[in-house]
Design a protein around this ligand. Sequence first.
Ligand code: FMN
Length: 187
Amino acid sequence: MDEKFRLGLIYGSTRPGRLCDTVANWAMAQVRRHPAFEIEVIDPARLRRDADGRLDETDVGPRIALADAFLVVTPEYNHGYPAPLKELLDASYEPWQAKPVAFVSYGGASGGLRAVEQLRQVFVELDAVTLRETLSFTEIWEQFSAAGDLRSPERAVRRMDKLLARLQWWAGSLRDARNRRPLQQAA
Ligand SMILES: Cc1cc2nc3c(=O)[nH]c(=O)nc-3n(C[C@H](O)[C@H](O)[C@H](O)COP(=O)(O)O)c2cc1C
């Protein structure tokens, strides 16, 4: 039987009117063409919060723990990644360990790549493994039609297929490794 993997699709922006919905919807449609993945949406705007507005860590941790791999859909804000994404990453630790993370980024001139490079540093600290393959959209407001369709999809679809194939490889390899011996037992 073909292996199935739970893919945590993480939203980077919580801004009202965010383009993150458009980009994440497109990414989800791409993932759905790959039967190995089942999508679990992890959206900081829709997660449970306590009376002070802080993320409920007892809600976040189990969601991260269920996933075998992550796809982070993030914009760039002032050469960095959005604060709500950092809050999500900081809300748990062990559930991220020895799992692969890929990125779909977007923004203005940089296509969000500076945000991605910063996120790689954060994921190292969480013992997660970030992938080389990254899909990046520059001038994001020009890329999609009002209906949410990518205006020039060929290159993006090709890159996304390679990204997802590699993510599947990492998801399987790291799940096998975790099952053989949890990372905490290494030292
Ligand atoms: C406060 C702010 C800062 C931004 N800084 C950058 C930036 O440094 N580099 C970039 O390429 N785009 C930048 N942008 C453009 C955003 O990436 C773009 O507006 C994107 O749509 C934001 O994501 P969202 O619509 O999902 O919230 C910035 C936008 C805002 C609102």
